[in-house]
Design a protein around this ligand. Structure first.
Ligand SMILES: [Zn+2]
Length: 226
């Protein structure tokens, strides 16, 4: 049974690929705003498929039902489909409930019938139990090196000359995860967190509760350098 990982090259799917060692790393080109930047960084071992959903990409970059389409495409490559979700992900199409329903739906559609033998397809979001920091720790426990993870994962929403901006949400979350594992990259990220995120936490209006403690912890560790 082939293990297929839906892969973007971002921090989550990069770490998960190192932990589960999938048979297929699958990138689906949805022709979204970030697709070209992501594709340009994919390794030669990544399979690229094409499914143009750009027409339904919203201003906020959300493509409704994105992961439902992705799982359907991935089912052509194997029976065990992994979505690179972590605890901070709030969309319903990366939830445990979605994984259960998608498993039931795909397995139903691949029941034995005139054109196919029976297949049991599962959609797995197991890594949603972990925050990004915990996922990184898990990879390190599996004898990964922190520098390799840092240099090879790229999640930035608005790269500056092809480099990570260290100001967007994706960059800030990556910075926090590495800081929590003892890797303090020198950049403006901690200053941005201190100025823009800490006040929200203090006011109790920061909506990523699972990560609040992690952010506070890394800022406290790093505070004397600010
Ligand atoms: Zn960025």
């Amino acid at each position: 049974m082939s293990k297929v990982l839906l892969y973007s090259g971002g921090m989550d799917s990069w770490l998960i690929s190192k932990i589960i060692n999938p048979d297929v790393k699958l990138y689906v080109n949805l022709h979204s705003r970030y697709s070209q930047a992501e594709i340009s960084r994919l390794g030669a071992d990544v399979v690229v498929e094409d499914l143009d959903l750009s027409k339904w990409e919203r201003e906020d970059s959300i493509i409704p039902l994105r992961n439902l389409y992705l799982c359907a495409v991935a089912s052509n490559y194997g029976n065990e489909i992994y979505l690179g979700a972590t605890q901070g992900d709030r969309v319903l199409d990366k939830s445990f409930k979605f994984a259960d329903l998608a498993t039931a739906m795909l397995s139903f559609l691949y029941k034995k019938q005139h054109w196919t033998e029976e297949r049991h397809v599962t959609v797995n979001v197991d890594f949603k139990r972990y925050t990004k920091s915990q996922l990184l720790a898990l990879y390190l426990d599996n004898s990964g090196t922190i520098k390799e993870a840092f240099d090879n994962s790229f999640s930035c929403y608005s790269p500056v000359n092809g480099e990570e901006c260290w100001e967007c949400k994706a960059c800030l979350r990556k910075w926090v995860a590495f800081a929590n594992n003892g890797y303090f990259h020198t950049c403006q990220a901690p200053f941005v967190i201190k100025k823009e995120i800490l006040p929200l936490i203090e006011k109790g209006v920061y909506d990523r509760k699972a990560e609040v403690f992690e952010i506070v912890k890394s800022i406290n560790d790093f505070n004397n350098l600010l």
